[in-house]
Every structure is written in structure tokens, then in C-alpha cells.
Design a protein around this ligand. Structure first.
Ligand code: CA
Length: 711
């Protein structure tokens, strides 16, 4: 048989290493060093310090640096005149190979961050020296209960303790000086596919934490826990439960009037999986809520309805969880258009009047400016091309949907696709330029109603017909669709709702943003470049190769008079897992690292390894009917991690490159869970033998297709 040798990027090499040398896959790459003395007084982060976080220019005390989540730093020692001298000060390799999405917290020269699999780390921020690490030992097979990789977006600090969530729904309290576990609490029903990937926020001694799982049939909520002992203070459900039972709140009674059918049996969704902000003066906590579960409203709430509080910004009292107001970005959500994306609070002049606003660029592609006192809609404009709506009615604040946007008549081509015009990657707002910087993207999708929904309830649970999803195999169609896939930085003026400039990336799923008083804007991208641009005009001034795709957002801080810029790198997240062909085989794979830069830094990264691997599949002998069954079963069960078209994004094994030894034990892996400890759960309960055989046939067909193409 002919063999094709393909020169692969490091991610593919890594994933083959995972396949071939299973036991080595999660081995630590650097030994932990012992802690130097830390003054615990340094960690006395109380309400007053976080309220005044903006004045602590040297630190990055809370997820968005300040409660308003602007992700703007007043530091300017590194600026548009000297950023060319920026060099690596230190780096640290983490013992994981999955998506890295954390925003580090920096307090008085000590850094706290997280990695994939919910691990927590503390470093000396000047040298990178590891002070401690904590592994909550999450069950690896929980990975199949996460839509979007086993990521974690960071910690919160309060009174000498670090608080962090885990993918299996626990909230941890760690000693900030030692990493010792002080308490942990299960925040979710362990029998349901909930997960925590978001960073906690802490308001006046209450840890605010949400969860994910709306791709798998859960009911969303956000909770507040007492910092001292982890006792539950309040819980706010975002969608109503069974109306036969007492409503948890008046808000749920109101929300239930906007639903139809028996949604509570399907979960409902509306998970608060990432974004929050807080206005201390108004004493309002803002939460962003997720998509419907399942996505397809025809199934979830037959007959329609707004389905509150899906895809909404909701204002709550942080002391009690009491509802104050809401604004729903996507009434009757049916496309995975979450409003769980980054929200920024700012005071800006609109038409000559100072307004307290909250701003969001959620997945649905509109940039929203709302009055954050009342929730009143001020303005909203599309920041990316969209097919589902023509605009927002300025009177009602509701989107004006296009015909068949809800794919009720026939399948509908859609922009944005489910990954959104903007996903979780943090934006940044510079009060100096008055601009919001959006890490935007474009990735199309075809939505079709799934007439076979009941069979899939409880797993990848969207109600969308998988047969239409993904990038077409036909070369012309494929080229046309791929030409639409891109990423951008958009500098957006929220006062006029217009773009001022755009930077184009040919890859989607690029990193979050940081702006500074040095007239700089920092971003890492999907192809592994970390760059600095001028914040006012978007001119690229500096860049460096970080050897892996970047999705996280950078931070900056100061220690001993030196300004540093840090970024967690490591390719992963939803698009890296499922996008497959849409990633154009061009992304780096995963190298999970923390990189810290300063002016004159002279550290260098070790050479990036590349390996030759052989595409050597068995000959495809299956008939077209089997391959078709395999394609649908694959799309329903496997695509979410292994990628559209069996093309990996470089994080998870590319099944087309399976070695013969793995083909031989296909059933043991796919049906019985032989690799569950690596995150590959067995699907013997979810798929029939006929289906897993068909998936195998489909994967072999895809590999033969790739072999033919490469010869
Ligand atoms: Ca979702």
C-alpha cells in the first residue's frame, strides 16, 4: 500500500505522542520547586482593595483587572515608543496538553493561574519560579461532558485564599501561600453533565460562580458561596423549572410565561459559564447567560416564546441574588447564540450625555450598549456579517429576524455560526481611546431541524441535524465556505457603533485582548503569534512566535519597578476541537505555557519540535450506506472533540492518523473506554455496535480521502 508522509505541525506530533505513549501524556515537564517565604499580609485582598483595584496599577487583582472588567492597564512603562525592545523574561511549561484559557491574577509580585484539567499554580511573577501547585484530580472521563475543552479561565483571591472551579463542578478554597486545600464544595448535581470553566468573582465575601453544560441538557444557574466555609448564600436560576413545582423566585414565575412545552425535561440551558461584572455604586452584579438546551427552539419550546432568561444580560443584587432587570439579546434563542460573552462597564458620553453603560459583543454578532442602571437598550449594531437578522428595532430593542432564520422551512445557512461572531475571548476597553477591542471571528454553519432528536437527549444535545453541519467535502463548496472563515481584531467606537479599524487574521479563534496606557493593544493568535499594536491605530509594532495557538488574554503588572506582560498560551477550546477542516490545517498544536515579557528580556524558548508522521490507514472497503451512517453518528458524538470531517485542530488525536495498533482495538477504546483516563470515554452505552462500526468505517474513509489528496 502507498504511504504518504506528511510534515505535521507540533500539535499533531503531540497528539500522536498521546496515542502511542499513553502513560507519558500527562507527565509533568518541570519539577515543582519549593516555596520561598511569602508575606501572607500581601494576600490581604479585601473588599476595599478590590473596589480600588484600578488604583493598584502594579497588580491585577480580579479577573477583568477591575470589577468593571475593562481589561485596561494604566501602566505605560512599556509603550508605543519602546515595545520593540520587549523580550521574554521567563516561561513555565505546564504538565497538560489541552486548551489554556486563564487570566492570571497578580498580587504584589505573586501570580496565581490555572491550566487545563482545573489545576492551579502560583509563581514568583519576576522569575516564574513555581511556588506551589494544586491538582484537584478531576476525573478525565468528565471531558466528554464539556462542549468546549477541559479549560479553566482562572482564579479569584480574597483574604489570603485562592478560589477556583473544577470541570466536575467543585469550588475550591486554597491557601494562597501554600496551595493547601482548605475546603471544597460540590456546586452542581454530580449526576448531571455540569462543568465549571469560568473564573469566580468575589463580592463582599461572597464567591459568585456559575457553570456550563447547556450542550448536554442542564438548567442554568449562578450561585454565591461564603468565602469562609463554602456555605451556599443564594442561587439564581436563569431558566424556569417544572411549573408544577413552586418557583424559586418571582423572576422564575415571570420567565415561565415565556416558555412552551415541557422544556424542564430537556434542561432549558441558560448557563452562566463565563462572564460577570459588578458596579459597586449601583450594587448590581451582571451575569451573561448561555444558549438554550437544546439549541433548537422548535424542540425546546414548541410554539416559540422568548424563553427568558436565555441569551440575556441579567442584573442581580449580589447580597441576595434578587433579580433587578434583564435584557435579552436573542429572544427565543435557537442557534447557540449565548450572551455569556465578556461584558464591560464604562461611563461614556452618548449624544453629549454621560451614560453609565454596559457593553457586550455576544455570539449573535450585535454590539450592544445598554444603560446599566435600568437595562434600557441604547444602541446595537452588527460588528460582523450576519444572516439571521437585519438589525435591531430601536423602539423595542429586539432583533429583526430574516425569513427562515429559524430553519423552520428548510436548512438555513447562517452567519454567525454557533461559535459566534465573538466568543468568550475577552475584549478590552481603553478609556484613553474610547474604543472597545473585539477579538471577532467568522465561521459559517448550516442549521437544520433534527427530526431524530429524542434519540440523542443527554449527549451532544442540540436538536440540530448534524448531517448539514460542518464544512462540505465538495472541493468548490469547501473552498467557498473556507474563504469565509477568518478572525479579526475590531476597534469599535461604542458611542457611534462603528468600526474605526480592523486587523485581519486568516485563522479563527484568536486570543483575548489587553489595552494599556502605553497606547498598546496586545493579542496572541491561533497561529502562535503574540503581538503588540498601537491602541489608537492598530499598527503592529512587535510580535514573537510562542510556538502554540493562543486563546487566552494577556495581563500586565509591575514588580520592583519593572512592568511585565504575561500570557497563558496553549491551543485548545471549542473551535480547536470541533472545527476540523475550518482550521485549514494551519494552526499550531498545543504547548501549555505561561510566558512573561519585559523590556530587554533575553530568555528564549527551546526549539519547537516537528515530527514526521505517516498517514497509513487500512483500505476503505465499507459501502456508501455504512459511511453515511458513520458520518452522522460521528457528527453527533465525535465531532465535538475530534473535529469536523475527522480533521483534528491539533489538540485531540486526528483519527485519520490512527496507527494500525489503535485500529485493532477500536472497540476497546470507542465502546469500552480503554482510554477513559485520557478523557476518551467509552460510548458503548450511547452508540450501537453498528454505529461505532460505521464511525470506524467513516474515519477510515476520511483517512483514505486525505491520502488520495496528498498523493
Ligand atoms: Ca453553547
Amino acid at each position: 500500500m502507498k504511504q504518504s508522509v506528511k510534515f505535521l505541525l507540533p500539535g499533531t506530533a503531540i497528539m500522536l505522542a498521546v496515542l502511542l505513549w499513553v502513560s507519558a501524556c500527562e507527565r509533568a515537564e518541570q519539577p515543582a520547586t519549593t516555596a520561598s517565604a511569602i508575606d501572607p499580609v500581601s494576600f490581604a485582598i479585601n473588599a476595599e482593595r478590590i473596589l480600588n483595584a484600578d488604583s493598584e496599577t502594579a497588580n491585577w487583582l480580579t479577573h477583568g483587572r477591575t470589577y468593571d472588567e475593562q481589561r485596561f492597564s494604566p501602566l505605560d512603562a512599556i509603550n508605543d515608543s519602546n515595545v520593540g525592545e520587549l523580550g521574554l523574561a521567563w516561561y513555565y511549561d505546564y504538565p497538560v496538553k489541552r486548551g489554556m484559557e486563564a487570566t492570571p491574577i497578580v498580587v504584589d509580585g505573586i501570580m496565581f493561574t490555572t491550566s487545563a484539567w482545573s489545576m492551579v499554580f502560583s509563581h514568583d511573577a519576576r522569575t516564574g519560579e513555581l511556588l506551589w501547585s494544586h491538582d484537584p484530580k478531576v476525573p478525565k472521563e468528565w471531558a466528554v461532558k464539556l462542549c468546549c475543552d477541559v479549560v479553566n479561565r482562572g482564579v479569584a483571591i480574597w483574604e489570603g485564599r485562592i478560589y477556583s472551579g473544577t470541570i466536575d463542578g467543585r469550588l475550591l478554597a486554597l491557601d494562597a501561600a501554600t496551595g493547601d486545600l482548605l475546603w471544597e464544595v460540590q456546586t452542581t448535581d454530580i449526576d448531571k453533565p455540569y462543568s465549571i470553566t469560568g473564573a469566580p468573582r468575589i463580592i463582599d465575601g461572597k464567591i459568585i460562580i456559575g457553570n456550563g453544560g447547556a450542550e448536554y441538557g442542564v438548567r442554568g444557574y449562578v450561585s454565591a458561596y461564603d468565602v469562609d466555609d463554602g456555605s451556599l448564600v443564594w442561587r439564581f436560576h436563569t431558566v424556569p423549572g417544572d411549573p408544577e413545582k413552586p418557583f424559586e423566585s418571582a423572576a422564575m414565575e415571570m420567565a415561565a410565561k415565556t416558555w412552551n412545552g415541557e422544556w424542564w425535561k430537556l434542561g432549558g440551558g441558560g448557563t452562566v459559564w463565563d462572564s460577570m461584572a459588578y458596579d459597586p455604586e449601583l450594587d448590581l452584579l451582571y451575569i451573561g447567560t448561555g444558549n438554550g438546551s437544546p439549541w433548537n427552539q422548535q424542540i425546546r419550546s414548541p410554539g416559540g416564546g422568548d424563553n427568558l432568561f436565555l441569551s440575556s444580560i441579567v442584573a442581580l443584587r449580589p447580597d441576595t441574588g434578587e433579580y433587578v432587570w434583564h435584557y435579552q439579546t436573542t429572544p427565543g434563542e435557537s442557534w447557540d447564540y449565548t450572551a455569556a460573552q465578556h461584558m464591560i462597564l464604562a461611563d461614556i458620553d452618548i449624544d453629549g450625555t454621560p451614560r453609565k453603560v454596559i457593553m457586550q459583543a455576544p455570539k449573535n454578532g450585535f454590539f450592544y450598549v445598554l444603560d446599566r442602571v435600568s437595562g434600557e437598550f441604547i444602541s446595537g449594531q452588527a460588528f460582523v456579517p450576519m444572516t439571521w437578522a437585519t438589525g435591531i428595532d430601536p423602539e423595542t430593542g429586539r432583533p429583526m429576524e430574516t425569513a427562515n432564520a429559524r430553519f423552520t422551512d428548510e436548512p438555513a445557512f447562517a452567519l454567525p455560526g454557533p461559535p459566534g461572531g465573538h466568543n468568550w475571548m475577552p475584549m478590552s476597553y481603553s478609556p484613553l481611546t474610547g474604543l472597545v477591542y473585539i477579538p471577532a471571528q467568522q465561521i459559517p454553519f448550516v442549521f437544520g431541524h433534527d427530526g431524530d432528536y429524542a434519540a440523542k437527549q443527554g449527549l451532544w444535545n442540540t436538536g440540530i441535524a448534524a448531517v448539514y453541519a460542518g464544512i462540505p467535502d465538495d472541493p468548490d463548496q469547501q473552498a467557498a465556505v473556507l474563504s469565509m472563515v477568518k478572525g479579526e481584531i475590531i476597534a469599535w467606537d461604542p458611542r457611534t457603533q462603528k468600526d474605526i479599524w480592523r486587523i485581519q487574521h486568516d485563522q479563527t479563534s484568536n486570543g483575548g485582548l489587553l489595552s494599556t496606557a502605553g497606547n498598546l493593544l496586545f493579542q496572541g493568535d491561533a497561529k502562535g503569534e503574540f503581538a503588540a499594536y498601537t491602541a489608537d491605530s492598530g499598527d503592529k509594532l512587535w510580535s514573537t512566535d510562542v510556538q502554540t495557538g493562543v486563546v487566552a488574554a494577556p495581563v500586565t503588572f509591575e514588580v520592583d519597578g519593572d512592568q511585565y506582560v504575561s500570557i497563558v498560551v496553549g491551543w485548545g477550546g471549542s473551535i480547536a476541537l470541533f472545527a476540523g477542516k475550518a482550521l485549514k490545517d494551519s494552526a499550531y498544536g498545543n504547548k501549555s505555557r505561561l510566558l512573561t515579557f519585559k523590556l530587554g528580556g533575553t530568555e528564549t524558548l527551546p526549539a519547537s519540535e516537528q515530527q514526521r508522521v505517516v498517514l497509513d490507514p487500512p483500505v476503505s472497503t465499507a459501502d456508501a450506506q455504512t459511511i453515511a451512517l458513520g458520518k452522522i453518528s460521528y457528527a453527533n458524538r465525535c465531532m465535538v472533540c475530534h473535529g469536523d470531517g475527522a480533521v483534528s485542530g491539533g489538540v485531540i488525536p486526528d483519527l485519520r492518523y490512527l496507527p494500525a495498533a489503535k485500529h485493532d482495538i477500536w472497540d476497546a477504546i470507542v465502546r469500552d473506554g480503554a482510554l477513559a483516563s485520557l478523557g476518551m470515554a467509552g460510548f458503548g452505552d450511547a452508540l450501537s455496535k453498528e454505529q461505532t462500526d460505521a464511525v470506524h468505517a467513516y474515519v477510515i474513509e476520511r483517512a483514505n480521502f486525505a491520502l488520495k489528496k496528498s498523493n
